[in-house]
Design a protein around this ligand. Structure first.
Ligand SMILES: [Zn+2]
Ligand SMILES: [Zn+2]
Length: 450
């Protein structure tokens, strides 16, 4: 197939399928995509165009960053983004997707060349065995829930990404490439006693991104006839499969800078989402807005939890200024299932380094930790902290409003606040007055009759 086309910013949010025929006996499909200009005049950033290929059964290859040599799909060793499986003859589908086209007056011309070959593939299939992680039992585990590799638009191989996290001595990390699961077998194979590797994917629709963590299968948001599947349906399928469905970076800049980077799914505010990523990359105003959005959802009665994600694409991202956060999770064990279950239950806080222990004891003597529920009655809230810095302050948030604030003078210590009136939920933030957030807990809930 040889196809030429012209794209403008009007093509953002468009899902127009192009079909091609794959004959019987085909062993490899090659997709070559080129476009010009790469950069709009006067801009240092590239236009961002992606491709998605479906075979007759479903999604098969996601290309987030088209390369010079194009991409191969075969049974043995496809290009990153592609899933190895025999080539099924029949009608295949390809989508050209516009995520960023910065100059409406200057269109982009592209060529799409798809060739099929029937030569025998000589490479040996790579078989990935899941890595084993020794059981450590219940405890606090620190890790990341959102990162990319060369299987989408990241610059690190999976081995490099795993090494990156190993060097930082976290307990768990996640691979969540855009719209593909092609790296999951490899990333899970690299788990060992010192590092659990979780499998995820970032479902990257034109109206928002969601990170599904703990997935085994590919949850695509498109059908081969060019329909967008309603996101609540995708979320439910992810959740029914036992995975975590997280709304990612909900308050990022959207179009035209990045079609899909801002969460605009009106039918999912937050709908059946289990979590929202309120700390994406380094702490910034967009995260502050996401935190406020999270609190407003809690006030409307949604039992959603907060997560952080480095959204790591390249090493240099973590070497510049600014604070990223890890999820500090109280899990039954260091396994993928237990980490996902604990995050879902809200048994976690997000931190750039400091440690926060947050508990509450109700007037009737019941004690709760983050994610737990207490009877709706007056309570005493307690925070144990460590590795904080002078100048920071601890703030108790009750039903979305600052309730109490105490400057911290020592590196570690504990604080107690009485909650004289019954509340619905409370969280604790560690902040610096000028520099923003350093840590925030998930809520402790109160329920029942006042
Ligand atoms: Zn994203
Ligand atoms: Zn991402």
């Amino acid at each position: 197939m040889n196809h030429r086309g012209r794209l403008t910013s009007d093509d953002m949010r468009r899902l127009k399928p192009l079909h091609f025929d794959v004959p019987e006996g085909t062993t490899q499909v090659h997709v070559q995509f080129d476009y010009t200009p790469l950069h709009p005049a006067g801009h240092q950033h590239r236009h961002q165009l992606s491709l998605m290929v479906f075979d007759p059964d479903g999604p098969r290859l996601g290309i987030s960053r088209p390369g010079k040599e194009g991409a191969y799909i075969n049974a043995v060793r496809p290009s990153p983004g592609g899933v190895p499986a025999p080539i099924k003859p029949g009608i295949w589908t390809v989508f050209v997707l516009v995520y960023r086209l910065l100059t409406p007056s200057e269109p982009v011309d592209y060529t799409l060349q798809i060739t099929t070959t029937s030569d025998e593939i000589s490479a040996e299939p790579v078989v990935w065995q899941p890595g084993a992680v020794r059981s450590r039992g219940p405890g606090w585990y620190r890790g990341d829930l959102h990162a990319h590799s060369i299987h989408s638009d990241g610059s690190m191989t999976i081995a490099e990404l795993v090494r990156f996290w190993r060097e930082r001595e976290v307990d768990f990390m996640t691979l969540s490439d855009h719209d593909t699961i092609s790296g999951l077998a490899e990333v899970r194979s690299l788990a060992a006693d010192d590092l659990l590797t979780l499998g995820g994917m970032e479902i990257s629709t034109f109206l928002g991104h969601a990170v599904a963590v703990g997935v085994e299968e590919w949850f695509d948001w498109r059908t081969a006839d060019g329909r967008q599947i309603p996101v609540p349906e995708i979320a439910q399928a992810v959740i029914d499969g036992g995975a975590l469905f997280t709304i990612a970076h909900p308050r990022d800049e959207g179009e035209p800078w990045c079609c899909g980077c801002r969460w605009l799914h009106e039918d999912m505010m937050p709908g059946n989402a289990l979590a929202v990523e309120i700390w994406n990359g380094v702490w910034a105003e967009r995260n502050e807005e996401a935190l406020r959005l999270f609190y407003s959802w809690l006030n409307r009665g949604h039992r959603i939890v907060a997560t952080s994600g480095t959204d790591l694409h390249r090493r240099s991202q973590m070497e510049g200024p600014g604070r990223t956060a890890l999820n500090v999770v109280f899990a039954e064990d260091l396994t993928e299932k237990a980490i996902v279950a604990a995050v879902k239950a809200g048994r976690s806080y997000l931190s750039s380094g400091p440690e926060l222990g947050f508990t509450a004891t109700s007037a009737s003597g019941v004690t709760a930790m983050v994610g737990d529920r207490l009877p709706l009655e007056p309570a005493t809230v307690e925070v144990c902290y460590d590795a904080v810095e002078a100048g920071q302050l601890l703030r108790l948030i009750v039903d979305g409003m600052p309730y109490a604030e105490t400057p911290v003078h020592d590196v570690s210590g504990q604080l107690r606040w009485p909650l004289s009136k019954p509340a619905r939920w409370c969280t604790v933030e560690l902040r610096h007055p000028d520099e923003g957030l350093f840590a925030v807990t998930n809520p402790i809930w109160f329920e029942g009759e006042a």
